[in-house]
Design a protein around this ligand. Structure first.
Ligand SMILES: Cc1cc2nc3c(=O)[nH]c(=O)nc-3n(C[C@H](O)[C@H](O)[C@H](O)COP(=O)(O)O)c2cc1C
Length: 375
């Protein structure tokens, strides 16, 4: 039987790329005082006591002889805004240190400014590893600041951000914090939904002019070239407005609704014209867990669009954000569709994340929502 691997080099690289890492620049100085550095994501911790770390270098790297001959190295853990530095130190044959702000570390090893953290090491051992050499270093000193680290995975730079399903930030509870948290996790959910269903999505909050779009995620063929942020929507005649109004205290919505009912009656725009019609619409939202409206022209265009919206509820059962999918009225799938189900499920998941308890009937302003009813 052949010992040849049953994968090619490209596939191996892709698989290794599934393991996400930080990005470091490893630096040293040679006997002539010349500074060396290269971008490396092979850095890893080895031992706490004694404190050991490792990184590996290609034996083909032009800087390899310098690192091989040096007794020290420093690991500069790059911050999220240091992509340019990462690219520079991954480029052979240029003067990498020109114009770069550095401090001199122990033994004159350069330390790059603005990083997330630094480890200064003496070389403990060098272990051959195929076409690489593994450098094990004993950590002599460490320093860090609060800068967020740069991340690398799947062949591209990434940002480090708390997972949607992780713990909410400590102290979450004040309205502002929970709104920010909701907007952040909502934005990520919106991006995922838009990619999964190739629909334009909007994220809205309740602003001082009512429902307000704070973020868009266009589909491959968005409903409009201009998707304005800060777009204030009507409460009674948009799915976003209804989704939020169904789960907000009446005193928050009253002043807008009164004016809109009169406006709807005058314009005959299909929106509810009296309290009874509006109550029916809001009850429907609470039963279905999703708001819909007949097709209408998209803001600033003639194009007829359809939209469906779901409210995301906070711990008190109030709508904190709404997620809305918008598409061309001719082909939009509507609420009873995989897209509608996914929206409802996403809103239910996000609401749970924000501390909403579906069984606690926590919202004194609304009937108990049935967000998980995905059928
Ligand atoms: C994100 C990233 C991670 C890298 N990690 C390593 C590594 O761990 N070891 C290595 O030898 N080269 C690594 N490289 C490639 C080197 O940075 C690159 O070959 C560099 O030019 C070597 O420096 P030199 O040409 O001055 O020797 C990495 C490059 C990038 C962009």
């Amino acid at each position: 039987m052949s010992n040849e691997p049953r994968f090619d080099g490209k596939e191996l690289r892709r698989v290794l790329g599934a393991f996400v890492t930080g990005v470091t620049v490893v630096t040293t100085v040679d006997a002539e005082g010349r500074q060396w550095g290269l971008t490396a994501n092979s850095f890893s911790s080895v031992s706490l006591d004694p404190p050991l770390v490792l990184w590996s270098q290609s034996v083909r790297a032009p800087s390899h002889p310098a690192f091989s001959g040096a007794g020290r190295f420093a690991i500069n853990i790059l911050a999220e805004d240091q992509i340019e530095l990462s690219n520079r130190f991954a480029t052979s044959g240029i003067n990498k240190f020109e114009g770069v702000d550095i401090d001199a570390g122990e033994g004159g090893v350069p330390l790059l400014r603005g990083c997330s953290a630094w480890l200064e090491c003496t070389v403990e051992s060098k272990i051959p590893g195929g076409d690489h050499v593994i450098f094990v270093g004993e950590v002599r000193s460490v320093r860090r600041n609060e800068r967020r680290p740069l991340v690398f995975g799947g062949g591209q730079y990434l940002v480090a951000d708390a997972h949607d399903l992780g713990k909410p930030p400590p102290g979450l509870g004040s309205t502002v914090q929970s709104q920010l948290h909701a907007a952040r996790i909502g934005a990520r959910a919106m991006t995922r939904l838009s990619e999964d269903f190739n629909e334009t999505m909007a994220l809205s909050v309740w602003g001082n002019h009512g429902p307000t779009v704070t973020a868009w995620q266009p589909s491959k063929t968005p409903v409009s070239d201009s998707l304005p942020m800060g777009l204030a929507l009507r409460v009674t005649s948009t799915s976003t407005g209804l989704a939020m109004a169904a789960y907000l205290p009446p005193e928050a919505t009253r002043w807008l609704i009164d004016a809109e009912l009169d406006y709807n009656a005058a314009e005959q725009n299909g929106g509810p014209v009296d309290e009874e019609q509006l109550t029916r619409l809001l009850d429907e939202v609470r039963v279905q867990g999703i708001a819909t409206r007949p097709p209408g022209a998209f803001y600033g265009s003639e194009r007829l669009v359809n939209a469906i919206s779901v409210p995301v509820l906070d711990a008190s059962g109030c709508a904190v954000i709404a997620l809305t999918a918008i598409g061309d009225a001719n082909r939009f799938p509507g609420a009873r569709s995989p897209l509608g189900d996914a929206l409802r499920q996403t809103a239910a998941d996000l609401s749970l994340r924000l501390g909403f308890q579906p069984d606690a009937n926590a919202n004194p302003h609304a009937k108990k929502p049935d967000l998980a009813a995905a059928q």
